[in-house]
Write a protein that binds this ligand. Sequence first.
Ligand code: SF4
Length: 218
Amino acid sequence: MNTCRPINLSATAEDLLNRGLLLPVMEMFYSVQGEGFNTGKPAAFVRIGGCDVGCHWCDVKEAWDASLHSLTKTKEIIDYLSGFPAKSVVITGGEPLNYNLGPLCNGLKNRGVKIFIETCGAYPLSGSFDWICLSPKRNMRPRADMLQMADELKVIIHKTSDLEWAAQNADLIKESCLLYLQPEWSKYNEMLPQIVEYVQQHPRWMISLQAHKFMNIP
Ligand code: SF4
């Protein structure tokens, strides 16, 4: 079992978790995607608890401990997420690929919902997605197969050397993958000029801002 999964589960709950029929849900909400290629598009979001990557600048540290988040029946998650006007769902975390996402994706697909995932790429893929946004983290490097499957590489820039980290990852993705640099929120003013300069000099890259934070929406 993964170290960031809920602990002290009954055998039944663990079995259901492993089969993807229960998931530790931190929150679900309807909003507008604020990052990357799908910025500006309305979508329902599910944030799945549990992450062992440990980025020091993480803005959802409350997601790390999966045991703090309610184990929720996947059927209930599907019912909630598919009940909004926009038939698009963003699965985020934490690191959602700590879990078996197959039943969640199958259920959403059966309701005609498009599925987007935000992942660090360090764990194997489960489920099927219309869009994979991979945001690589130095603490736990992405898998080679995940980099090849990414539709979008979104690198968070907290310090100047992260630009080199971005370039290293960009050498490992498929040709059609879109490339985004996103200033880490607390370093926005410091890093943005460097990012603008970098994108101007390396035009394969684009800039992603956390538009939802400017709009003051979740
Ligand atoms: S991978 Fe994401 S959720 Fe996990 S620590 Fe890093 S920023 Fe936070």
